[in-house]
Write a protein that binds this ligand. Structure first.
Ligand SMILES: NC(=O)c1ccc[n+]([C@@H]2O[C@H](COP(=O)([O-])OP(=O)(O)OC[C@H]3O[C@@H](n4cnc5c(N)ncnc54)[C@H](OP(=O)(O)O)[C@@H]3O)[C@@H](O)[C@H]2O)c1
Length: 270
């Protein structure tokens, strides 16, 4: 199913558009002629991305929002409507990870992660999909991770959040068949963005955690996600090494895989 054809009154809402993969997805959509509503907390970073988009002659709007706040999420569709725009594309990209053993975790940080990585995805989908289905037009891209295919000791909550996003998107795609609306899960392996630092990895830990050939650039990952959405793919895993890694993670018996991962992960070894 193709991406909706962009028009001057349609927009793509991209969450977590102030940096990393989200900023690149916004750019990739703009290159295809889509106006974009950029959502995140850091207004100055969103302004920088918006300027890049406007130089491509598309509308770029900034909607600052803290997506961990239920009221901020609830207001988002109305804020788009007030701009006179129809929400044709939703990209749930905002996300973060905690790091370390659950037995040493900060409950507030764990809840904050789940609120953004899981609750916001389900909340925005259920607010936006009724309109898309009614119009018979729309596309949703949910950013999961290769961590969705396996448990991840050291980032236990994060792995489970991304497994939710993958499972949820598979089900959405099944429900949406024949409606004119598509759902795609983008599952990147490691990408060099602010993500690792926010999680608390040192540069050395991040580099050592996975071999260099698995790392992909944010622009390449974003392009794969938007192309996947445009061609109606349900799951997109950028890079052959990550496709193989995801298959191994999915198929290996948990009793073998989990102890091996726990022994290697910097969040467990600390
Ligand atoms: N980098 C990787 O290795 C990797 C691998 C697989 C999957 N992913 C996934 O890719 C997505 C993007 O991550 P990234 O790598 O691009 O990391 P990033 O550069 O740290 O970007 C995270 C984005 O999420 C936004 N965000 C965080 N908390 C938010 C909140 N409370 N409200 C609104 N926005 C919030 C941030 O914006 P503000 O701080 O301005 O709010 C930022 O734009 C995430 O879902 C991540 O799980 C990343």
């Amino acid at each position: 199913m193709p991406l909706p054809v962009p028009s001057p009154t349609s927009t793509a809402v991209v969450t977590g558009a102030s940096s990393g993969i989200g900023a690149q997805i916004a750019l990739e959509l703009a290159r295809r002629g889509h106006g974009v509503c950029l959502v995140a907390r850091r207004a100055d970073k969103l302004e920088e991305v918006a300027a890049q988009l406007r130089s491509l002659r598309v509308r770029a709007e900034i909607l600052t929002a803290d997506l961990s706040q239920r009221s901020a999420r609830a207001e988002l569709p109305a804020r788009v409507e007030e701009l006179g725009l129809v929400l044709d594309v939703l990209v749930n990209n905002a996300g973060l990870s905690t790091l370390g053993r659950v037995s040493r975790s900060d409950p507030a940080a764990e809840m904050q992660m789940i609120e953004i990585d899981v609750v916001a995805v389900a909340d925005l989908c259920s607010r936006v999909l009724p309109g898309m289905v009614e119009r018979g037009r729309g596309a949703v891209l949910n950013v999961a991770s290769t961590a969705a295919f396996q448990p991840l000791p050291g980032q236990a909550g994060y792995g489970a959040c991304k497994a939710f996003v993958l499972s949820y998107t598979h089900s959405l795609a099944g429900e949406l068949r024949g409606t004119g609306v598509s759902a795609t899960a983008l599952c990147p392996g490691p990408v060099d963005t602010g993500f690792g630092e926010t999680a608390g990895f040192t540069g050395e830990e991040a580099n050592g955690a996975l071999p260099r050939f698995m790392w992909r650039g944010a622009a390449e990952v974003a392009r794969a996600g938007v192309e996947g959405m445009a061609s109606g793919q349900v799951v997109v895993i950028p890079g052959v090494a990550n496709q193989v890694g995801a298959a191994i993670g999915y198929l290996t018996p948990r009793r073998l895989l989990v102890p091996m991962l726990a022994a290697r992960h910097p969040g467990v070894r600390r």
